[in-house]
Each structure stands twice: as C-alpha cells, then as structure tokens.
Design a protein around this ligand. Sequence first.
Ligand SMILES: Nc1ncnc2c1ncn2[C@@H]1O[C@H](COP(=O)(O)OP(=O)(O)O)[C@@H](O)[C@H]1O
Ligand SMILES: [Mg+2]
Length: 260
Amino acid sequence: MASMAAISVEALSKSFGSQQVLREVTFSVPKGETYCIIGGSGQGKSVLLKHVMRLLLPDSGTVRVNGEAIESLSVEDLARVRKKMGMVFQESALFDSMTCLENVAFGLMMHRRDLSKGKILEMAREKLRLVGLPRTVEEKFPSQISGGMKKRVGIARAIALSPEILLYDEPTTGLDPVLSASIDELIGQMKAELGVTSLVITHDMSSAFRIADRILYLYGGEIRVSGTPAEIRESKDPLLQQFIRGETRGPIPVIPDEKA
Ligand SMILES: Nc1ncnc2c1ncn2[C@@H]1O[C@H](COP(=O)(O)OP(=O)(O)O)[C@@H](O)[C@H]1O
Ligand SMILES: [Mg+2]
C-alpha cells in the first residue's frame, strides 16, 4: 500500500541536456525493508538515489518520503525530512581535516544543539563501536585508515542521527569479499536492530542476493525487472541474466586494502 511506504518514487523522469537518464521510474519501499537497485555503470543509479535525498530535482514525477512529496517542501520541512535520512556515499566522502570521531559527531553538532559536547562525543563513539571499529580509530584521520574502515566510518556518520531511512551508493565497491560481507552484515543489523528502511545501490550481485527483500534492475533509465532475490535468480530476462553472470564471474579484481 502506497501510504505505508517509507520511500515512494512515482513516474520519475530526468534528462541532462539531450540525454534522458531516468524514464518514468516507479517503485516504493515499504517501511523496514531493504531494496537493492542493480544495473551497469552509467544506468542512472546514483542519479536516482540523489533524487531521493533531493540533491537533484526531477523533470517530472515525484519522490515521497513517508508520504510527503519532497519537491515542494519548504527549506525547513526539507531539513526535517532529511534528518530522517542518512546517506552513505560511493566514495565515503569523509572530511579529511577531521578525525574519524569528529566526522561522526559533525551532524550531531549541527542538529543537536540541545546536547552537550561531551554527550555528542559519547554518542559518536557508540556509533563507531556499533559498526565494529576499534577505539584506536577515533583519533585517526581518514587518510590514516583503510578503505574498508572508511566505509564503516561513513556508515557510522550516516546513522549518527538515528535515521529511519538509509541510502547507500555502492557500499561494497572496491572491497574484498570478506569486507563486503561484513558491510552486508552491518546493513542487515541496521534493519534488524533499528528497523531502518534501506535503499542500496550495488553492482555486487552476491551482496544484493544476501541483503535485499526486493531487487530492482535498472536498464536504459527504466526498471526493467523487479522481484525478490529468488525471482531475480529465476528471471528469464536475457539482459538481466547477462548482467548477473557478468557481475558474479570471479575472481573480481579488488583494490588492495594495504592500510588495513
Ligand atoms: N550532474 C550531471 N550532469 C550531467 N550528466 C550527469 C550528471 N549526473 C549524472 N550524469 C549522467 O547520467 C548518467 C547516469 O549517471 P549515474 O547515475 O552516475 O550512473 P550509475 O548508474 O553508474 O550510478 C551518466 O551518463 C552520467 O554521465
Ligand atoms: Mg553511481
């Protein structure tokens, strides 16, 4: 039922110049579920996610968060809705000049002026522990830790304000299979322990099969196939099958995590 959805995307279209990137994309994510968007490079996955945060505005169509259409919100209302959402960016996007602890505390400092600095730092430490990082990471700068650890700090920062909705853009890209599996576990943990609704962009099929309640295959700016992981595995769509085979053929090259 549409009114129950945490995120509802309705006939969303977007072009850049003469290039149409999204064509009437429609789907909704029920509260507490994890949906994965899969698809090849340049198919519009990141553009779609940016619309959900209203970092981009659609040419036509609507995005609703808990039933509210976000295109028409006032600045104040948008800030209120955005506070319910956390985003984990493709390149972790941490502030290089801040320690990991300060990175996680940043959003709390901005939005929770009612809390003391001591309380905020305590909450930030708790989030770093929740994502399984050792205490020694707190005072390190992003440049001093591995890619896998940066992703975890990015997730800790995204959950700092206890969002109801988490958006992830390729959280496991560039990670080795063991680290990927631990990020997947973390996404599952957010759902099980915090009841979070997640929308996860990935081109890692094993990750999608592990974490998704439902998988949407984006191709040519449209949702070409959508279904449960079992339905996606059994789909007869030739392009989808080719995509799955291509993405699960091992060994997949990984960026060495030499600073781990
Ligand atoms: N701000 C922008 N201006 C112009 N073109 C863009 C912009 N953002 C994305 N694109 C184009 O839209 C297409 C889809 O991009 P993207 O959503 O990043 O793909 P992906 O599925 O790999 O995440 C690409 O061709 C990209 O070059
Ligand atoms: Mg992308």
